[in-house]
Every structure is written in structure tokens, then in C-alpha cells.
Ligand binder design. Structure first.
Ligand SMILES: NC(=O)c1ccc[n+]([C@@H]2O[C@H](COP(=O)([O-])OP(=O)(O)OC[C@H]3O[C@@H](n4cnc5c(N)ncnc54)[C@H](OP(=O)(O)O)[C@@H]3O)[C@@H](O)[C@H]2O)c1
Length: 331
């Protein structure tokens, strides 16, 4: 017995094993922390039967997990996806998991304003009333790229597309009587700065991730301005940081960044956990009437960075966005 004990002690107490044990303990702690600090979805009784919800980027990561939960609660969910095939796969998966047959797949490329317009047209015919719009789709890690319409790709996808889509759907949201818009931002918005020239790529050169940070800052600023404009309409709009979530978000980054993300993934939330703050903003009854706020990944109202709170900055950004999307020259 003493021989076995000494063999076990040598196996366990070598530096490699100690490291593995420490990492596992840390992982256990992270799991427990998330469990205690994340809003308890199971205790939310919101039923969405008869309601219509639109989720952009619903074919993967956080968007798919959000769409699944909304479908489970009976909503008619519109999966707004860029890629028809990936969208169809997600639709089947969500249908099977939720046993909800009221799902619809819509094709939209948020980086293309023409695509956002034709998607909105189709959507408004299918659903004259929309109770929930989750602006979830997003990209990161792209170098500066101009779209055929002359917009900068990261900004077009993460900010201009959602800006135009939300505005085009405003009538349907208001017709619903009571509706919510949820903008999926990021804690990274605090590292960005506002410059309307970002939209066309005319601002000074930035590192890959800085354009992501700035695009999320613009989305957060837009949330505040839209909330001011929607006061008294029954439509609320808030933004949220899902936390650090291991999804495909880094798929366009360098192999080194992807590798580091993979290593770190052990301590990240999974997509379902990352969806919870987004679902909190979408479902929680106590948020009725709350608008223009930014929520942390622990579902707590938090002040976003100063630039996101400045109404003059937001107004300037709004005007530039209206101009760039031709929202003022609409049919
Ligand atoms: N993961 C994190 O740690 C983290 C942290 C903070 C914030 N967020 C935000 O959370 C949101 C969801 O990201 P995720 O982590 O779930 O990443 P993800 O798995 O990569 O999902 C992103 C989704 O956006 C879609 N999308 C990208 N470009 C699009 C376009 N031009 N038009 C329409 N759809 C487009 C993707 O579609 P395809 O499959 O066709 O590419 C995909 O469905 C993003 O806004 C992201 O910025 C994520």
C-alpha cells in the first residue's frame, strides 16, 4: 500500500500534474462563477406564443443559441442569415430542438444596403408586426476593406446594416404595440472612438481589432439615440455585452489569434452562456419600459464609455448614417 501511495504521489506531485490540476480547478471555478453570476433563464416565464422575433446572424454562435431559446418559447422566429445553406442547417437544427414549426429563413447580407433593403421589404410582407429584433450578426478581424457600395466592411456589417435594418423595421416594431430591439455590442466598445469617416473607410488607418471596437462603439451610441427618438412609441432599445464567448467570431483572424483564442476557450463562455445576457434583454419582464441602456455581460445596467453617452456625438452619427444609407430619400 505504501508503495502504491508513493507511486501515486510522484505521479500527482510532479510539476506537469500540478499545472493540470490547477488549470482544472480554475476551470471549475470559472464554470461555477458563470453559473452563479448569469441570469437564471429557467426562472423566466416569458411565453412568446403569437410573437414575432427577428435574429440576425442566427446560423451560428450566440445568434443560433438565442434563436433556439426564442423558438422554444413559441415565437415565430425569422432567422436572418447571410448564407442560405448555413441558415437552412440552423433552421432544421432549431426546429428539431424546439419542436417549433413557425420558423422562417430570410437571406440578408448586412454589409450590403441593397440586401438590407430587399430583406426588409420581404420581411415586412411576411410579418407586418415585429415584437423583437436582435441585431446580433457581426464580424471581427478583417483588414480595411471597401464594399461595392463604398462602405467599410466591418462598419457596414456591425453598424450601418443594423442601423438601416432597424430603421426600415421601425413601423412593424411600433405596430406590435410593445416591442424590443436588442443590439449585441461588446465590452470592446470602450476601446473605440467615434469618427463618421469610419463608415466609408476615410478615417485614419486602424489596426484590425480597432475597427471592431469602433464599430461596437457606434452601435452603442446608436442605441442611445434611437431610444431618445422612440420614446413613447412602445418600442425600447438596449445594447448588451455577451462577454467573452468561444464561437466562430475569430474565423477571419490570423492563425495566431485563432490559436490563442482556442487556448483561452477553456475559460470562455460557450455560445449558450453567451446568449443569456442577450436573452435577458429580450425576455425579462422587469425590463419593460427600460430603454437606451447598456448592459454588462452579468446583465447589469452599466455606463458605457463616455463617447457612447454623448447625445451630440450620437446626433452627428445619426445624421451621417441617414445620409450614407439614403434613409432620407426613401420610397
Ligand atoms: N464571441 C465573443 O466573444 C463576442 C464578444 C462580444 C460581442 N460579440 C458579438 O456577438 C455577436 C455574435 O457573434 P458570435 O460570437 O456568435 O460570432 P459568430 O459565431 O461568428 O456569429 C456571427 C454571425 O454573424 C453573421 N454575419 C457575419 N457577417 C454577416 C453579414 N454581412 N450579413 C449577415 N450576417 C452576417 C455570421 O454569418 P456567417 O455564418 O454567414 O458568417 C454568423 O451567423 C457579434 O455581433 C459579435 O461582435 C461576440
Amino acid at each position: 500500500l505504501s508503495l502504491l501511495w508513493s507511486l501515486l504521489s510522484t505521479l500527482v506531485w510532479n510539476p506537469g500534474s500540478v499545472l493540470i490540476i490547477l488549470v482544472l480547478l480554475l476551470r471549475l471555478y470559472v464554470w461555477f462563477w458563470y453559473k452563479c453570476h448569469i441570469w437564471d433563464l429557467q426562472h423566466c416565464s416569458t411565453d412568446l406564443t403569437g410573437k414575432t422575433a427577428v435574429v440576425t446572424g442566427a446560423n451560428s454562435g450566440i445568434g443560433k443559441a438565442v434563436a433556439k431559446e426564442l423558438a422554444r418559447r413559441g415565437a415565430r422566429v425569422i432567422l436572418a442569415c447571410r448564407n442560405q445553406e448555413r441558415g437552412q442547417q440552423a433552421l432544421v437544427e432549431i426546429q428539431v430542438a424546439s419542436k417549433n414549426n413557425c420558423l422562417l429563413l430570410g437571406q440578408v447580407d448586412l454589409s450590403s444596403m441593397a440586401s438590407v433593403r430587399s430583406f426588409s421589404q420581404w420581411l415586412l410582407q411576411e410579418c407586418p408586426e415585429i415584437h423583437l429584433l436582435v441585431n446580433n450578426a457581426g464580424i471581427s478581424g478583417f483588414p480595411k476593406t471597401l464594399t461595392p457600395e463604398g462602405l467599410e466592411l466591418t462598419f457596414a456589417t456591425n453598424y450601418v446594416g443594423p442601423f438601416l435594418l432597424t430603421n426600415l423595421l421601425q413601423g412593424a416594431l411600433q405596430r406590435a404595440g410593445s416591442a424590443r430591439v436588442v443590439n449585441v455590442s461588446s465590452f470592446r466598445h470602450a476601446y473605440g472612438y467615434v469618427d463618421v469617416e469610419h463608415l466609408t473607410g476615410a478615417s485614419k488607418p486602424m489596426k484590425n481589432y480597432q475597427s471592431y471596437d469602433c464599430s461596437k462603439l457606434l452601435l452603442t451610441s446608436f442605441t442611445g439615440e434611437l431610444a431618445r427618438r422612440l420614446q413613447g412609441t412602445g418600442v425600447t432599445v438596449n445594447s448588451v455585452d455577451p462577454g467573452i464567448v468561444y464561437t466562430e467570431i475569430m474565423r477571419h483572424s490570423s492563425w495566431l489569434h485563432r490559436f490563442l483564442f482556442w487556448l483561452f476557450s477553456f475559460f470562455c463562455k460557450n455560445a449558450r452562456q453567451g446568449a443569456i445576457p442577450v436573452l435577458y434583454l429580450s425576455l425579462a419582464k422587469e425590463l419593460d419600459g427600460i430603454s437606451g441602456k447598456y448592459f454588462s455581460s452579468s446583465c447589469i445596467i452599466t455606463l458605457p464609455t463616455k463617447a457612447a453617452r454623448d447625445p451630440q456625438v450620437a446626433q452627428r452619427l445619426w445624421n451621417a448614417s441617414v445620409h450614407i444609407t439614403n434613409l432620407d430619400k426613401m420610397d
